[in-house]
Design a protein around this ligand. Structure first.
Ligand SMILES: *Cc1c(COP(=O)(O)O)cnc(C)c1O
Length: 359
């Protein structure tokens, strides 16, 4: 079996152990004589999977009883809409911090639902960067303040989460559980699972219980957080196989320990940034240094022809999906939790050699 180094931004690399376990159990889940794919979401086999996924997430996120954790369909994009539907009633304003393409999508959906104030906007800046807390122009009495903890396309990440009067809401799709963080400081956060947690189509959502009542009665039942909270995310048929893989992935994370995962993530990112900074300008990072993401490392080469060559040759060497997002070009190395250190070492070696030959 030849596994490549998959630098894809999402769906992304999963831990090999998790894939192997899913493969072993695929036809006969723990002696039940059927696949977990074929099992009722009301049966005891699936129920144990579902409950363990929730328990593992609560442990890893270190959330207490004040938060509900929900497993919902529609990925993070559904949450761009669902969050304001639940938390932005008429007559209130939500503050959004505009740092890149994903924050912009969140703003577009929220504007359809209610009143939005852009509290800071660094979208057009080169290099990309996270605004400083004194740049935030927050609305007194805002319904919530929304930020994107890691901009997957721009390659920037919040290092310090700002303190806000209003409840804090966040899209954490591309850096959730990459490191320990005070997750309790967020009133609501969500993440599409396909970067750090499992397969696509599934979103992990955490919301403070005291906010569940905020949802206006004009919102259909299915789109209310409260509906799913009351049914432990079993209101309708959940995305059972995705949740099974999420359970295995969170089990893997608990075995590793979040501190160890975090240290490794930082080391991986630091190695690639060092290769960029040590290239005498051949590689140029696209993010401001203090905003650099540990999950998505973005950089440019002297010209687009060289970038194309870089992508082609790295692919031939077993390093896949290094092409930057189609909207911005360049190179992007996504190095989520499950991405191995050896893949980073291979990339750094390739970068050195490529710069030597083409510089
Ligand atoms: C990938 C991503 C999304 C979109 O997730 P979907 O599951 O495709 O809806 C949203 N926000 C961020 C930060 C992302 O990285």
């Amino acid at each position: 079996m030849a596994r490549v180094y998959n630098f894809g931004a999402g769906p992304a690399v999963l831990p090999l152990e998790v894939l192997e376990e899913a493969q072993r159990e695929l036809l006969d889940y723990q002696g039940s004589g059927m696949s977990i794919l074929e099992s009722s979401h009301r049966g005891k086999e699936y129920d144990a999977v579902h409950q363990e996924a929730l328990v593992n997430l609560r442990r890893l996120l270190d959330l207490g009883e004040e938060h509900e954790i929900l497993l919902l369909q529609g990925g993070a994009s559904a949450q761009f809409a669902m969050l304001p539907m639940n938390l932005l009633p008429m007559g209130t304003t939500a503050d959004y911090i505009l740092t890149g393409a994903w924050a912009k999508k969140a703003v577009s959906e929220a504007k359809i639902v209610g009143k939005v104030h852009v509290a800071a906007n660094t979208m057009a800046e080169v290099p990309a960067r996270i605004p400083r807390s004194e740049e935030l122009n927050l609305t007194p009495g805002a319904a919530y303040v929304h930020l994107t903890t890691n901009e997957t396309i721009g390659g920037i990440q919040w290092k310090t989460i700002p303190k806000t009067e209003a409840p804090l809401a966040a899209d954490m799709s591309s850096d959730i559980l990459s490191c320990p963080r005070n997750y309790r400081q967020f009133a609501c956060f969500y993440a599409g699972a396909q970067k750090n947690l499992g397969p696509s189509g599934l979103a992990v959502v955490a919301v403070r219980k005291d906010l569940l009542e905020r949802c206006p009665s004009t919102v259909p039942l299915f789109f209310r957080y409260k509906t799913h909270a009351e049914e432990q995310s079993l209101y309708n048929t959940p995305s059972t196989f995705s949740i099974y893989l999420l359970m295995l992935t969170t089990r893997w994370m608990l075995r590793q320990g979040l501190d160890a995962i975090c240290a490794r993530n930082r080391e991986k990112a630091a190695k690639i940034y060092a290769a960029i900074d040590g290239s005498s300008g051949f590689y140029r990072g696209t993010a401001a240094k203090d905003s650099r993401s540990d999950m998505n490392v973005t950089f440019r080469l002297p010209n687009e022809a060289l970038e194309e060559k870089f992508v082609k040759e790295s692919s031939k060497a077993g390093m896949k999906a290094l092409k930057g997002h189609r909207s911005v070009g360049g190179i992007r190395a996504s190095i989520y939790n499950a991405f191995p250190m050896e893949g980073v070492d291979a990339l750094v070696g390739f970068m050195r050699e490529f710069a030597r030959v083409n510089g």
